[in-house]
Ligand binder design. Structure first.
Ligand SMILES: [Zn+2]
Length: 115
């Protein structure tokens, strides 16, 4: 992913509208690209400040920490989703394999009856 793509996804990240794959690529880029991280941080702070206009004033430092926590949380989320997907694919193949074995055995059985 290049910086332009990453920058265009900052809003999606903050509003939680990215798909798991998009989020995964975005997080990967953010980790390796300080300038995009800074961009995200700025947006995050602005967005958070706007959401909490009436609330107590948070320190900018706290928001940086908050973003770090948010990134970790989303990283875990992506990781979990990927594991779930792997398990789902695994189960799918097991079912296919099971059906193949089942029909293989049934086919063999029928062959034995016929011949
Ligand atoms: Zn970048």
């Amino acid at each position: 992913m290049d910086c332009r793509k990453a920058e265009s996804m900052v809003g999606g990240y903050i509003q939680n509208t990215l798909s798991v794959d998009e989020l995964s690529d975005f997080l990967k880029h953010i980790k390796e690209c300080p300038s995009c991280y800074e961009e995200l941080e700025t947006y995050f702070i602005v967005y958070y400040a706007m959401q909490h206009l009436d609330g107590e004033k948070e320190e900018t430092l706290n928001m940086k920490k908050l973003l770090e926590l948010d990134l970790k949380k989303k990283e875990k989320y992506v990781h979990m989703k990927k594991i779930q997907r792997t398990i789902a694919i695994g189960i799918f193949f097991l079912i296919v394999l099971g059906l193949m074995v089942f029909f293989g055995i049934t086919g063999l059985h029928m062959n034995n009856i016929i011949y």
